[in-house]
Ligand binder design. Sequence first.
Ligand SMILES: Nc1ncnc2c1ncn2[C@@H]1O[C@H](COP(=O)(O)OP(=O)(O)OP(=O)(O)O)[C@@H](O)[C@H]1O
Ligand SMILES: [Mg+2]
Ligand SMILES: [Zn+2]
Length: 341
Amino acid sequence: MVSTVAFRGTVAAGLWARTIFWTTNVRNGTCRTITTSRSTFHENPLGIPRKPLPQVPGRGPGAGPAPTIPRMQRGLPQKMPIKGVKHIIAVASGKGGVGKSTTSVNLALAIAGMNKRVGLLDADIFGPSIPRLMNLSGEPELTGTEDRLVPLTNFGVKCMSMGFLVGEEAPVVWRGLMVMKALQQLLHQVEWGELDLLVIDMPPGTGDTQLTISQQIPLSGVVIVSTPQDIALIDARKGVNMFKKVNVPILGVVQNMSLHVCPNCNHESHIFGDGGAERTAKEMNLDFLGDVALHSEICQLSDKGQPVVVSRPNSKHTEYYKAIAFKVVAKLWPSDTIQST
Ligand SMILES: Nc1ncnc2c1ncn2[C@@H]1O[C@H](COP(=O)(O)OP(=O)(O)OP(=O)(O)O)[C@@H](O)[C@H]1O
Ligand SMILES: [Mg+2]
Ligand SMILES: [Zn+2]
């Protein structure tokens, strides 16, 4: 416990830390302490132990083998698949607070209910939501070889989030370089096992994280989430254009919170406007994947870590997410005969 606090405190202290101690509880109940010296802190913000590089004759200690990429290609981002993962999709939007995380979670669970092995990666380093939404906490264990993080699992979906490594109220006080390195570790040093689909819950914006993910891993596509207000749609358009620019296919647009159904009298109203995201999808020549109504139950159950798709499987809310999931699966596996459970 003391070491956990030390790790959390040190993450908050960011670059000032001389040494980070990261204690992982291993299955037999004992603790293992991992030490990362300051000199490697930028390179290894999550403190994952690394195997020493072999010494190569003619090159300095730890220098590793000489680079083999032809000179012309150096500096260009190289896409690297995530081991064992067949498809990777991102759930994104230029705008914050439009329901990306809620959609990611319920979409992942709905697809898991269609006999797919699904993982969920929280790419929001500063504001991770997946631990709360998936009712998961605790530090991830390391694999036997000690260089990969083992995801935490709930409702049959494997999850990884920066939120597992820092406390819910502890801020991550890092500059961009550290954030990008942490993101790379979350992308390439997690032991997902065999997955049909990895869903990535993106932070808002069209910045470093979006570019890193688009350029470093082969995305099968992006699901854009937007509310129907103009202010959200402007940012959603920016999101679409950014992914188009880096040649990532857009799977389609989800309209969140268009319809509000009063929980008392079932009166229907369009608080944030009517059909704006659907119109935008049409204008941008994108598929419309479906609507999710604004309902207090979605919000309340999400906050409790009981996503509606699993806690209210027969509700209207679950129907919305299942309809979206069905369309996404049909795009990723066009030849599948889809079995919904
Ligand atoms: N359809 C919905 N009905 C009711 N509440 C919703 C709905 N979708 C999302 N919410 C609520 O809206 C809030 C924002 O949702 P969420 O965290 O998923 O957005 P986000 O786009 O991921 O935000 P951020 O940009 O901060 O990551 C949350 O409180 C969530 O429970
Ligand atoms: Mg979010
Ligand atoms: Zn009412």
